[in-house]
Ligand binder design. Structure first.
Ligand code: PEP
Ligand code: MN
Length: 339
């Protein structure tokens, strides 16, 4: 439930309400706005009697149950958008963030060349997989820690922040040592042990939508992380499986405005996995900006025909530069709209 305190409620009154909430067996998520304090009470309990009692507690204006099954990530709980700060970039705020790089880290030369080129084209964050979730066990599985070291080197050389995937909770500590943002891949969206572990991490997490997951399932997975204390979570629409075979997945751009109604978390769109086709990345990126996304994740490779994974959907360095230039007018409009 959400407890709105009266304007001018005293600190003692706020503390007392928090104490009562905990007494009912709920966790407290307090949001101190400029005008008033709003307190979220999350958990299971006897809501009806708790609501009645809290309504007559001094300093309380209104008490409302949260109708959604997800709580801390819901717009009801926090009407304003979460802003995640990474390397001077405000994700969910005034910056339209572009994360770009190869599907997999393959060699020093490959990652450094890509990092320099995506930086020059205006990307903010370098992506690259060191632990790769591949459909076939015979396919390239990633360079693991060697790959993380190369990402670090690329970061030191270019100043770009990095995002990379972690596949299992036992690798979380290792990946956290190197990365600025932790990626949870589509196949792991419901790996609850991993999500809980990331709930205790002190780095931002990008949670990708599962291959056939509903928005509600995506938000409940995000709730696994935020309810454990890590509120720096962004969501990524990367396409869902449908009957269509021309594209690798069907990029569900309606997820962007739909999720914006439901949650305050920043929203990233990945047209690379969402379409699986190089030629569709640019138009779908522009559409993502227009739909109100907070950023993009794009796969880029110096020589896609030699890529160890996802070559068909990877832009060349040159393609990426063109795509970024073409996106600029759309980003300008986006910025005007954000104010
Ligand atoms: C990736 O980003 O390289 C990746 C494996 O994405 P997804 O989890 O969306 O398939
Ligand atoms: Mn990929």
């Amino acid at each position: 439930m959400i407890i709105s305190m009266k304007r001018g409620a005293t600190r003692d009154q706020i503390d007392h309400v928090c104490e009562r909430i905990r007494g009912f067996g709920y966790k407290v998520h307090s949001i101190e706005g400029e005008e008033r304090v709003v307190i979220g009470a999350v958990g299971v309990g006897d809501t009806t009697s708790a609501i009645e009692q809290l309504e007559s507690t001094p300093g309380v204006e209104t008490v409302m149950p949260i109708s959604q099954p997800f709580k801390t990530v819901s717009r009801q709980m926090q009407p304003y958008k979460t802003v995640i700060r990474v390397n001077g970039c405000q994700i969910g705020g005034s910056d339209f963030v572009v994360m770009a790089g190869p599907c997999s880290v393959e060699s020093e030369e490959q990652i450094l060349t890509t990092a320099q080129a995506v930086k020059a084209a205006g990307a903010h964050i370098l992506r690259g997989g060191a632990f790769k979730p591949r459909t076939s066990p015979y396919d390239f599985q990633g360079m693991e820690e060697e790959g993380l070291k190369l990402l670090r080197k690329a970061k030191e050389t270019t100043g770009l922040a990095i995002i990379t995937e972690v596949m299992t909770d036992s690798d979380v500590d290792l990946v956290l040592e190197y990365t600025d943002i932790v990626q949870v891949g589509a196949r792991n969206m419901q790996n609850f042990a991993l999500l809980k572990r990331l709930g205790a991490a002190n780095k931002p997490v990008m949670l990708k939508r599962g291959l056939s997951s509903t928005l509600k399932e995506l938000l409940l997975s995000a709730e696994y992380i935020t309810s454990k204390g890590n509120t720096q979570v962004m969501l990524c629409e990367r396409g869902v499986r449908t009957f269509e075979t021309y594209t690798r997945n069907t990029l569900d751009l309606s997820a962007v405005p739909a999720l914006s109604e439901l949650t305050h978390l920043p929203l990233i769109v990945d047209p690379s996995h969402g379409t699986g086709r190089r030629s569709l990345i640019s138009p779908m990126s522009r559409a993502a900006v227009a739909a109100g996304a907070d950023g993009l994740m794009i796969e880029v490779h110096p020589c896609p025909e030699r890529a160890f994974s996802d070559g068909a959907q990877s832009l060349t360095l040159e393609n990426f530069g063109e795509m970024m230039a073409g996106l600029q007018p759309y980003v300008e409009l986006w910025k005007k709209e954000r104010g």
